[in-house]
Design a protein around this ligand. Sequence first.
Ligand code: SMN
Ligand code: MG
Length: 362
Amino acid sequence: MHIERVDTRVVDVSLPTPIGTAIHSITSVGCVLVDVRTSDGAVGQGYCFTINGERIDAFEAMVRGLADAHVVGRGATETSGMWAAAWSALNPTGHKGVTIGAMSALDVACWDAVGKNLDMPLHRLWGSCRVTIPTYASSGLWLTQSIDELVEEAQSFVDRGFRAMKIRLGSPKPVDDVARVQAVREAIGPDIALHADANQKFDPKTAIRLGRLLEPFDLVWFEEPVVTHDRVGSADVRAALDVPIATGETEYTRYGIRDLVEARAADLLMPDLQRMGGYSEFRVAAAYAATHDIAISTHIFTEHSLALAGAVPGCVSVEHMDWFAPLFVEELELTQHGHLAIPDRPGAGFTFDDARIASMGC
Ligand code: SMN
Ligand code: MG
């Protein structure tokens, strides 16, 4: 069984309403969809994206270049060989950004093809450890919302069956962040878990001050308190506060995760499937985290992260982000106790909804 062809499509998926964090203004996600076609007939699928589709054509060109050079013609089960060859070829260009995003889409698609050819869910192929995983509602509680809107949305998450959610921080004045967190905590009560994400907004001193002010609200974690490159600053915030520091979504590959661990910058790591470079490299990073007894929680890419969550014992939660749901035929399944079901379908367990994607202008 070998890979006969790799096809790409570019599609822009609009968000229902524009949203904002401390560093993002988002109206859509532009995606490169990748179909890896094998000689046995299975089609493996993966994707990478940019916010608002900015510079997405560069990602498509990178996918096509890597596919022609390192994927087409290769045995479909040679995921490690594909990854190693592409990694080596990318040395002069670099191992962050467009290169790794393109590798991720190809690697996920190749693994999906392997699982589909074997008629086996990927988490079982890798060694299953669970059938559901805790999740938290993350498509909401944005910085652009009023306190009334936050309260209403928090309540609606609880009504939908979520047992956890995430609010964004980064108001111009820390007291405003405190008021927003307080309002949500009062709306959801003490039994619903609340995470908070600063999207790198603060300098370490401000983060520490805000972290202390937020102590009464029993946060699960304080995410990306400082700029991602300031690992020492993140370690300082971590040492000063009792609340766990979660970070890692902006880091690339095993080496970004290693640097955070070596700096003692994180209580919990949040690898992102695209920035890790796909399933192969994510599993390396997860193993590295495990050797340091640091838990992980997957960053966005909800559908495709479930296979990993089903096979990585140290994964404690999967972020529930609904941005990419319109791409897929299958839907995420929220189970009792606010968990997500790990799909027991072949491969990654999700397939592109071709008709719907075509109607998006692709
Ligand atoms: C986030 C990620 C990607 C885009 C906007 C916001 C946020 C999260 O940091 O962790 O969900
Ligand atoms: Mg975040």
